[in-house]
Ligand binder design. Structure first.
Ligand SMILES: Cc1cc2nc3c(=O)[nH]c(=O)nc-3n(C[C@H](O)[C@H](O)[C@H](O)COP(=O)(O)O)c2cc1C
Length: 393
């Protein structure tokens, strides 16, 4: 029998699914409900010192949809609006009611030793399991020299991590931004400063576009806009890359996130090095109830693979990610067309000829392959609307 139970830094998780720091964890009532429904834990909406003003803009979301389905958010929401006292009382209440659930306090403060340490000292007296330092919010905060302004500077990241570590009585995760040239540089810096674990990714700085009728920004706040954070399915490949790079570079525990919408995405994060995962946008779109499918899907998968727990899945894909130079350039695949499925639309021929290769042509209602010209690139198989093309040896 496989199990979803796992232990990270001595913290016991009944399952590896956590709500990420975001609107689904903005109130004690919501987290209470999510715990009742089966979530393994929650990272609280980022807590700040009470004197840090949070004034929100309206609206604060824009989306891209594909066939009516939201595939990403751009948001410009700020941090928790609740006081530190609210969270201290809330954590105590939640932990008493749900002792088996993991509660992680996400925190952020101005770059002053006292402000960070006072926040940590106040929360040390609660039954939280760990801290998550938010060095990665990409909107609003960086213009106040915090959020992503911290996580894009190794020096400031080191400074704050060591301030926090010198007073924290619980393990400290650092939540990293993907808005850097190489995420491992900041990860190495905070590891040197004593971070116990890493969390990635926060949202990706973005701009949703311009409405060409009105010439106003798509995310229109009284005629103006600002850069926001992209999240949801569309960012998943960037999250995968960041988590894999972190794992290739470090043995620290990783809380992986970015675009998880089902158990398959979560399983891939784990195979790429995550110890547990966090989810935000999918929960906002489809509700806390998605936890049932996440848990049963991952458990069935572990059982089908004969794996006892997620530690046996963790890192499994990492040895398969190498440099371009080390890829086997002698391996060459060719398209094989299933004539039964092919509708002779010619899309494969067009993409092949207009993307340089000229290996396919449509002749007498038949797609012909000129093997000599075929570079085995696979574009034709991706463009085919009927999935009639497979790449084979
Ligand atoms: C509306 C919104 C608010 C967020 N607020 C926070 C926050 O307060 N602190 C934080 O660390 N991350 C925050 N995030 C980022 C998420 O925790 C998460 O890192 C990101 O959305 C990627 O995961 P996802 O694709 O599952 O949403 C927020 C994301 C969204 C969409």
């Amino acid at each position: 029998m496989s199990t979803l139970k796992t232990t990270v830094l001595g913290i016991e998780f009944e399952n590896p699914f956590l709500l990420a720091s975001a609107p689904p964890t903005a109130s004690v009532e919501s987290i209470d409900k999510a715990f009742e429904m089966g979530w393994g834990g929650a990272v609280l909406k980022t807590i700040t010192p009470d004197n840090l003003e949070m004034i929100e803009a309206s609206p604060r979301y824009a989306t891209i949809k594909e066939k009516g389905k939201v595939i990403c958010f751009q948001n410009i929401e700020l941090l928790s609006h609740e006081t530190v006292k609210y969270w201290i009382d809330g954590i105590k209440y939640l932990k008493k009611k749900h002792p088996s659930k993991v509660i992680i306090a996400s925190i952020m403060a101005p770059v002053e030793r006292e402000q960070w340490q006072n926040l940590v000292k106040a929360l040390n007296n609660t039954p939280i399991d760990a801290y998550e330092l938010n060095f990665s919010c990409p909107h609003g905060m960086p213009e106040r020299n915090i959020g992503m302004a911290i996580g894009t500077s190794a020096e400031i990241s080191i400074l704050i991590t060591s301030w926090v570590k010198s007073v924290a009585t619980k393990p400290v995760f650092v939540k990293l931004t993907p808005n850097v040239t190489n995420i491992t540089w900041i990860a190495n810096a905070v590891a040197r400063a004593g971070a116990d674990g890493l969390a990635a990714i926060n949202t990706i700085q973005s701009f949703m576009g311009i409405n060409l009728d009105t010439l106003d920004p798509v995310l229109n706040i009284d005629g103006n806009s600002t850069y926001g954070g992209l999240s949801g399915e569309a960012v998943r490949p960037i999250g995968f890359k960041c988590v894999a790079q972190l794992r290739q570079n470090s043995d620290l525990p990783i809380l992986g996130m970015g675009g998880i919408s089902n158990w398959e995405d979560a399983a891939q994060y784990i195979a790429l090095g995550a110890d547990a995962v966090q989810i935000c946008t999918e929960v906002m779109i489809n509700g806390y109830g998605i936890i049932n499918g996440l848990k049963s899907g991952l458990l069935n998968y572990l059982e089908s693979k004969g794996l006892n727990d997620i530690s046996e899945l963790k890192n499994i894909a990492i040895p398969k990610i190498t440099s371009h130079e080390k890829l086997n350039k002698k391996s060459h695949l060719y398209p094989s067309i299933d004539e039964g499925k092919c509708i002779k639309c010619g899309k494969c021929v067009k993409i092949c000829s207009e993307s340089e290769y000229h290996a396919l042509d449509l002749d007498n209602e038949c797609i012909n392959l000129n093997k000599k010209n075929c570079k085995g690139c696979s574009l034709c198989s991706h463009i085919c609307p009927k999935e009639a093309i497979k790449m084979i040896c």
